[in-house]
Design a protein around this ligand. Structure first.
Ligand SMILES: Cc1cc2nc3c(=O)[nH]c(=O)nc-3n(C[C@H](O)[C@H](O)[C@H](O)COP(=O)(O)OP(=O)(O)OC[C@H]3O[C@@H](n4cnc5c(N)ncnc54)[C@H](O)[C@@H]3O)c2cc1C
Length: 306
């Protein structure tokens, strides 16, 4: 049964460990319950593992659905069907057991399938779109379920058809390749090692890459050249091993993160005339001081993404 909380503190659900109380948060337990919520009530956001979100530390006057309980999956040969709330590493481990290749990059990856499909998540030369076959989505505007294939999903760098439409991913089907056990183990080992040495683990709460890579360049490289590593704003700090990550070092607030993002973006703009485009999404109230910083950060962003 769907559990709905009013005035619910969202902090523990965010990988940034930042966030205030939200007006209403619902946790559906089945896809049917999710569809029922979407068709009968108005929700502002449907979120998965909140690993790409900066929630405001202040009260958030919004209604949110969290899909974390929608974690069913079926595997039949090379075909995998996953519900939107299923987490990447669970499926990655299942694939390893069955010697299926294509999801090695999801080992140690914090996203849910809904979020990863929406963002076309990728790492280590693999992306969610590579093995994608089709998804069932709820079309909020027309109040109906639709099925979209890979072409119709219009996957791009950190975007898909879901990004700008009122579509909610319910479940999706993928087809992986029969692989080689040693190769899969080796790739996963390398991926875990890479994350351990170059990115913050979640013991330093963070939300992944702060900015998207501009065309033919890397946001981390530009920020590093601007000497942003280790820079602080309140409890937020630019990670000292990768300049495109902000970690919540000491009870950071959303305002700390936004101010630091603004400084990071301004430095790169000043030095390289490139306005970095945020990869993370901010959820807060319109008209507040931090909403104004967010609007400055996101205004006139160049469409020069990879
Ligand atoms: C330590 C760390 C490392 C990371 N490394 C990478 C990386 O290597 N590559 C990469 O691509 N990303 C990376 N990320 C970012 C993040 O994990 C991905 O963007 C991921 O795809 C987000 O999934 P999520 O479930 O957390 O989505 P959320 O953060 O909950 O939501 C992200 C977006 O997806 C939408 N969404 C979520 N569920 C649904 C649904 N069912 N239907 C429609 N829309 C939905 C939300 O509305 C929102 O717009 C990293 C994050 C962290 C914290």
């Amino acid at each position: 049964m769907t559990i709905v909380y009013n005035n619910y503190n969202i902090k523990k659900h965010s990988t940034f460990k930042i966030g205030g109380n939200v007006k209403k948060v619902a946790f559906p337990e089945t896809i049917e319950e999710l569809i029922n919520l979407l068709s009968t009530e108005e929700y502002d956001y449907v979120l998965g593992n909140c690993s790409n979100i900066l929630f405001s530390s202040e009260y958030i006057d919004k209604s949110i659905i969290l899909t974390e309980k929608l974690n069913k999956y079926f595997i039949n040969g090379c075909r995998i069907n996953v519900s939107c709330g299923t987490k990447g590493p669970i499926i990655s481990s299942e694939c390893r057991k069955r010697v299926l290749s294509g999801f090695e990059f999801l080992i140690g990856f914090p996203g849910s399938f809904g979020g990863m499909i929406c963002m076309n998540a990728s790492a280590h030369n693999q992306s969610i779109s590579d093995s994608f076959i089709r998804a069932n989505l709820y079309d909020i505007k027309n109040k109906k379920i639709i099925t979209l294939n890979k072409e119709e999903m219009n996957f791009r760098y950190r975007e898909s058809v879901v990004t700008n439409n009122n579509y909610i991913i319910l479940n999706a089907e993928f087809e992986l390749k029969k692989g080689n056990e040693d190769d899969i183990n080796e790739i996963m080992k390398r991926n875990i090692e890479f994350r351990k040495t170059r990115q913050p683990s979640l013991t330093y709460p963070n939300a992944g890459s702060i900015f998207k890579n501009p065309a033919n360049d890397s946001a981390g490289r530009l920020l590093d050249l601007c000497e942003m590593k280790g820079e602080k704003e309140g409890g937020a700090m630019v990670f000292d091993k990768h300049a495109n990550f902000i970690i919540n070092k000491d009870n950071a607030t959303s305002t700390d993160v936004l101010k630091l993002m603004y400084r990071m973006q301004s430095k790169v703009k000043e030095k390289y005339t490139i306005k970095l485009v945020p990869e993370i999404k901010y959820i807060g109230n319109k008209g507040t001081e931090e909403n104004k910083i967010w609007e400055t950060i996101t205004e006139n962003i160049q469409k020069i993404q990879k």
